[in-house]
Write a new protein. Sequence first.
Length: 491
Amino acid sequence: LKHASAPSVRANIMASGQIWEVVSSKGVVVRIARELHSPAEDDRLSAGSLVQEVEIVGDRLRYNRIAGTGYGPDSGWVSVRAGKAELVVPADIEPPSGGWKVLVKELPTAWRRLALPELPGAGSGAEGTAEAGPGSAVRPQCPQQKGKPYIFYRQVNFVDTKPTGLRMSACLAAMDDCRTDLFSICDQTVQSFRKVTDPFVQVAIELRPAIRQLGRSATPDGLLYTHQDSKGVVLSWLRLEAQFGWPAFPLRNEEQTLFLVGKQQDSQQRVPLATARFAECLVDDSQQPASALSGAGWEQDAEKFFARVKSDHSTEELAERHLHKLYRESNKPFAPTQFKQVSWLMSHSFGDLWSLLYHAKTPELLWDVNMLAGGSFAALVKGEPDPQAMVVNLPKKMEVGTVYDVFCFLDEEAKKACYVLCPSGQASPSDCVLAVVAGYSWSALPADGRSLTSEDIQLVDSVPRRSLLAFASGSETPKASKVLDLSRLQR
């Protein structure tokens, strides 16, 4: 099946554009549009082909082929490089006396609406492969390479923004989109996984200083959102790179880094904006209550379902059972100086498809809580509504329409706070539904944004939560530990 287009025409045209030569020994993939996820032609443009430049955008070249030099599609879009490897290079070649004989083919303009199918094997090679997993009706958004992170692109919209730039919740939502796209390469023939979910056990995210350059005051674009010189975040492209680790069945770890690409999706710009790590557990959601997968049968199904993710996009560095071991130790416990208890109603705006808390909305939840607590807590979100870094532990489900008691602890000097949530009127450790550590200091922040410590990750675990709730209920003042010291608090 060929993509519908006008037949090729031949013309003697004197060289009016740069001449390029295909130097990749395997040839290059030709697509019908500039976007890397646009359909690929059946044939490659062969090594040795000379082409005439029509236009070039970033690393994407639109060409018309010169007759008698190689073979392949007469017109299309190719990548001039893949990573550090040059695929197509400018050629300093004198045209013949009669001019070049240039082959021209009209390219489709409505490929998104036509949804032209990509043939098996199309899109493979230097760019990777966009092959779907067994039983999947959806292909990955863009080609993927074995041994490299899983790649996904997302365009920023108004709902993702705030006066100071890109929301932390938008970063987490983009990472969700990447993770969801990943399932297109998983084995969808594993029928038992129809009743499996993968809730988060822990989430840790750090924003980098560069994200603050996307605020309204730093990028005054007006309505020129798509101008080539515009730097505003709206309609800019984000690139997600994800890798996975498998500490022990049924656990899965994940690390994603989010980059700003700019207005052109195929730009080589990579400005790191955020990095997050996730610990997830595979759960049989058909059980009441839901329970973690266990047994040889489930483990075998999981191996089959995630086979390609494990072989292509995983790393041993993330095969760590305890997330806190992936972070540096500070040898400093969290030592709060302020305590406040407030009540918070979880409205529908925080709910997901199942009317449960959507974890990406946790920064907005914290803003509500800080404003309710007032004083030093409200000062944390004055000017900048999001934390710079955050650790989230989700031991139980949170439901829309429920009122929760929030126990708030703050180290004023460090601008770091810890929040423990329980259903209203309940404060035993087994009642905890959410625990969060959030850092609100942007001063002296390194370029990589690494501010979280091993102690921060451990602070939301069960034992420190028990100590925090014991103080909140007035039952005792727990002894100091390497993670938590409550001696500076006044009742």
